[in-house]
Design a protein around this ligand. Structure first.
Ligand code: CTP
Length: 401
């Protein structure tokens, strides 16, 4: 997975201060490094009481710095040099004490000095006990930091290490990773509203049996995430999946094709873009049984009735949004997909080989539009999704929309 240009080939300084949530920062480093974002970890002395620097050194592949007087930085200017090439400093977890220091401009250790002597954005992810977060002093400090242009990521509400429940929990590593990437992502879809479908559908045969397909929902969820990163307001109508909702995305769960159609139609007014990624059942059970079918010796016949093609219906509607379809083809991929694009009347269709795409973490797709074919190389689905978003934004701009 790679990030959009502004953060790609760059690196951040990850500041870790003293708090139980420091263990989550190990996972954050792993996610960032996987996304080709270089991470220079700088810890406070208190942070090293929670997780040893060796853990972050191994995960980031770089020396970890704690001491303002560390002589491993050649010119002895660690407090300036470590953040010189950084796209940002992210402090996660940021303790109540560290927020206080930042708000007052204190610089009595390496991390607080780096935060003061920087010309890159500063993002902080507070993590502390509920009472510490709610204390007027902390609230004052947080407001001061926001006024100073510091981006506050979280905190969230939930279970706390101290046994209490409330505000003060650090955002999860995946949320912080996404927030960081989104902070730098080009706002290609800012102000746009995007509606997506994703995942499989389940058509009931009886109360315990369904007809479904092998769609995992990964591509649709990746697109929802990429649209949110690009600044869109995103609604995701999802069939049954085991996936987590991407941060900032409104999700509506449905079971079957009819439920998906109803949810899409209710959400459609005011949408600028519709992206049909779901593997919607083409047929549903004509007469599902209210009771469980009993086993018998005779063959069981189930009558199937065609479902509504959601994408084609949305595309044919009055004031239709910009419509994007997917085509899962097992053979003659591009020819079949182009025929599907014309039949459904959509300006952009994403063609992929069903055998390769279903359930996989990577995908190789070809974008088909009025200007022809645009193959994208095989890549993780999130990267493919970001490129599809770039293409959509380009088409909207070219159409003067
Ligand atoms: N689609 C839809 N509603 C349906 C069937 C498909 O919205 N009832 C959408 C899918 O979300 C996808 C596109 O149509 O964006 C193409 O889906 P695909 O399964 O590849 O094609 P089908 O139209 O179902 O045709 P076939 O199964 O014959 O290839």
């Amino acid at each position: 997975m790679t990030s959009p240009a502004p953060l790609r080939a760059r690196h951040i300084v990850l500041g870790i201060t003293g708090g139980v949530a420091a263990y989550k920062s190990a996972e954050l480093v792993r996610l960032l490094v996987q996304d080709n974002i270089g991470v220079q970890v700088v810890m406070t002395a208190a942070a090293t009481r929670f997780v040893a620097p060796a853990t972050f050194q191994a995960l980031s592949g770089r020396n970890v710095f704690v001491d303002l007087w560390d002589d491993r930085v050649e010119n002895g200017m660690a407090h300036i040099d470590l953040s010189r090439e950084a796209a940002a400093i992210l402090v996660a977890p940021a303790s109540a004490d560290f927020l206080a220091k930042l708000a007052h401009g204190n610089a009595d250790d390496l991390l607080s000095t780096l935060c003061l002597a920087r010309d890159c954005p500063l993002l902080v992810a507070p993590a502390m006990n509920r009472q510490m977060w709610e204390h007027p002093a902390t609230q004052r400090n947080a407001a001061q930091l926001a006024a100073d242009g510091v981006a506050l990521l979280g905190p969230a509400a939930g279970d706390q290490a101290c046994g209490e429940v409330g505000m003060g929990r650090m955002l999860e590593p995946g949320e912080l990773h996404q927030a960081l990437v989104a902070y730098f992502a080009p706002r290609l879809l800012a102000g746009r509203r995007v509606l997506l479908t994703a995942g499989p559908t389940q058509e009931a045969i009886d109360p315990v049996r369904v007809i479904t397909n092998l769609s995992s929902g990964k591509m649709g969820y990746a697109l929802a995430r990429a649209c949110a990163e690009a600044g869109a307001a995103v609604t995701l109508v999802s069939g049954p999946t085991a996936l987590a909702t991407p941060p900032g995305v409104a999700r509506i769960d449905v079971m079957n094709a009819a439920g998906m159609l109803a949810a899409v139609e209710s959400q459609l007014p005011g949408q600028d873009i519709f992206i049909g990624v779901a593997a919607v059942a083409d047929y549903t059970v004509a007469n599902p049984s209210a009771v469980k079918h009993k086993k018998g010796d005779a063959p069981l016949k189930i009558e199937l009735a065609p479902t509504v093609d959601i994408l084609a219906r949305v595309a044919a509607g009055a004031r239709a949004p910009f419509c994007v379809g997917f085509a899962a083809e097992s053979e003659n991929v591009e020819a079949n997909a182009e025929a599907k694009r014309r039949k459904k009347g959509v300006p952009l269709l994403v063609a992929n080989r069903a055998q390769d795409a279903l359930g996989s973490d990577t995908n190789a797709v070809t974008l088909l539009d009025d200007n022809g074919r645009h193959p994208l190389p095989a890549a993780p689905k999130l990267e493919v999704a970001r490129q599809i978003v770039t293409h959509i934004a380009g088409m909207l701009a070219a159409a003067g929309k």
